[in-house]
Ligand binder design. Structure first.
Ligand code: FES
Length: 184
């Protein structure tokens, strides 16, 4: 009869498939960090996009209003002083000032003033406008526009190109006509 076996003090071997290498634990930790980092990036980007929504894309253009200098300095007739810089003509007569927007109502070219013919002529397709801005020849469909104009307390001409009018009965009154009679 054989004797019963007694347990030995040797450690029980762990199957290789159940052992966890140290570098595998690190990989899991890194994976968690990666996940949290991705979430943080996502929510930060979302918050930034939401904040950006409150600042609309606006193009701030320069003001259409400008000071054309002392009214008394303008001679009678059509002045081309601001044609290139502000695209307006300033016409002075014995009653006051009218300011035309120097843009043809056909396709937007800049007409030229011919004092000897007392008319504006467009070089692009031949439209002609009289001193009132009315079409007298060519394809332009409507009169030239006039800009709002006033004379400041300083005596300067203040012109606003954002306010335009070309309808008879409206274009001849304030703010599209500024009465002015020189005191000297
Ligand atoms: S743009 Fe002036 S006539 Fe055509």
């Amino acid at each position: 009869m054989s004797e019963p076996t007694t347990p030995t003090s040797q450690p029980i071997p762990v199957p290789a498939s159940k052992s966890v290498p140290a570098n595998a634990a690190m990989t899991r930790r890194n994976f968690l960090w990666l996940g949290w980092s991705a979430l943080v990036v996502f929510f930060t980007a979302s918050a930034a996009a939401t904040a950006r929504f409150f600042f609309p894309n606006v193009i701030y253009e320069p003001s259409q209003k400008f000071n054309a200098g002392p009214a008394k300095d303008y001679p009678m007739g059509v002045s081309l002083k601001w044609q290139n810089e502000q695209r307006v003509w300033i016409e002075r007569n014995e009653k006051g000032f009218t300011v035309f927007w120097a843009r043809c109502t056909h396709l937007g070219c800049t007409p030229n003033w011919f004092a000897d013919q007392n008319r504006f002529r467009c070089p692009c397709h031949g439209s002609n406008f009289n001193i009132e801005g009315d079409v007298i020849a060519g394809p332009a469909p409507k009169p030239l526009y006039r800009c709002a104009v006033e004379i400041a307390s300083t005596g300067d001409l203040i012109i606003d190109k954002a306010i335009l009018e070309n309808r008879p009965g409206f274009r001849d009154k304030s703010p599209f006509f500024a009465q002015y009679q020189a005191t000297v």
